[in-house]
Design a protein around this ligand. Structure first.
Ligand SMILES: C[S@@+](CC[C@H](N)C(=O)[O-])C[C@H]1O[C@@H](n2cnc3c(N)ncnc32)[C@H](O)[C@@H]1O
Length: 364
């Protein structure tokens, strides 16, 4: 049994951690500044939540969290908003938000964990901060694998491309190969959930709740077809900004998802019909928080708020949209496990158990 300890920086509600744990990686702690992440992180994962700014995390504290583990894994998904395509390439070092990836690098330099994994939007690679992160790893002697992953090829019912970086001091490391030839569909993921009305929560699941539509947006969703755009609407429903020449090329808002396709990339505002193609394929509403969580790969049972506690709709929507999909966490976990031979050890153990059972049945 390999003794591993993983710390998840910027752990959020635990998407990455949940995936890692389900592939046998021992996540011991997650660190995040948002206290609201404590409940979902801890209740769904047997790991500690530490409410702390990664920028202030000391190498001493991190070493304590790793303990005496033989293999230390430092995982992290720094907030990605600053990596928008509008940002300039060399504008970042002074910015406290951009600086978070430098903080990740600082902790790697100080503690030299055997393995590092990082996830972010693909455009992170266009920025100097990413080049600097890689240079830091190279100088420290890490083997590096970086790849833009299409999560839908691993079973996520969502078109979501993400930069994944794996680094190891132990030898070459790579991501496991895609598992799905065809993307999983919206229908397969959320097709069986109970119908709800906009502005309403399901009586048995406080997270199966959809945002309230204005009268105008209700008329708009009635006029929307799955996979379509606002261009399908009668003229009087089209927003002023889209009627102008400059707005005509932006069809990516106000749409319904198509049943037999993966969902579009979920953002931190996936719960709003006007914020993307986040309309339900046939019910007249945007997708619910629960549907968003499922499209992000969370199991239906994932608890996001304590029983009886109020649901802060927008804050929770942001946390779910911000998460690393559990499916991607599993892909990273499986890659780390394969690199460490954990999968093989598990398979050998299983094979041994099967052989033992077979021997027993022969004797009986
Ligand atoms: C993209 S989300 C991470 C998602 C998470 N890894 C998951 O798998 O669900 C980024 C997280 O960074 C947190 N964050 C932002 N600034 C931080 C800081 N200085 N220190 C620690 N956490 C921070 C946010 O609260 C947010 O939860």
């Amino acid at each position: 049994m390999i003794d591993t300890a993983c710390v998840d920086l910027f752990c959020g509600v635990g998407g990455l951690t949940h995936g890692l744990i389900s592939e046998g990686i021992n996540v011991v702690a997650g660190i995040d500044v948002d206290e609201a992440c404590r409940h979902p992180f801890e209740i769904n994962n047997s790991a500690r939540f530490i409410n702390e700014d990664v920028g202030r995390l000391t190498p001493k504290h991190l070493r304590e969290l790793f303990g005496n583990a033989e293999i230390r894994v430092l995982a992290g998904c720094a907030p990605c908003q600053p990596f928008s395509t509008y940002a300039q390439r060399y504008d970042v070092v002074g910015s406290p938000r951009w600086g978070l990836l430098y903080q990740f690098g600082r902790l790697i330099k100080a503690t030299r964990p055997e393995l590092v994994t990082m996830e972010n939007v693909p455009s992170v690679a266009q920025h100097a901060v990413f080049d600097d992160f890689i240079k830091t790893l190279e100088k420290l002697g890490y083997h590096i694998h970086k790849e833009v992953v299409d999560c839908s090829l691993y079973g996520l019912p969502q078109s979501r491309r993400r930069m994944v970086l794996l680094a190891s001091l132990l030898g070459p490391i790579k991501l496991v190969a895609p598992t799905h030839g065809r993307p999983t569909t919206v229908r397969a993921a959320i097709g069986k959930l109970a119908p709800i009305t906009h502005g309403e929560a399901h009586q048995n699941d406080v997270l199966h709740v959809a945002s309230k539509l204005s009268d105008l947006n209700f008329k708009r969703i009635l006029a929307s077809r799955p996979g379509g755009t606002w261009r399908d609407w009668p003229k009087h429903l089209i927003a002023e900004c889209h009627r102008r020449e400059s707005g005509r090329t932006y069809p990516g808002v106000y749409g319904r998802m198509a049943w037999d396709e993966p969902a579009p990339t979920l953002t931190t505002q996936f719960y709003g019909f006007g914020n993307g193609r986040f309309g339900h394929p046939e019910q007249n509403r945007a997708i619910s928080l629960r549907e968003g969580a499922i499209l992000q790969g969370f199991p239906k049972s994932y608890s996001f708020v304590p029983k009886g506690a109020p649901v802060h709709f927008k804050a929770l929507g942001r946390m779910i949209g911000n998460a690393v999909p559990v499916t991607l966490g599993k892909v990273i976990g499986r890659s780390v496990a394969a690199h460490l031979g954990i999968g093989e050890a598990k398979a050998r153990k299983k094979k041994g158990a099967v052989a033992h059972a077979a021997r027993k049945s022969l004797v009986a």
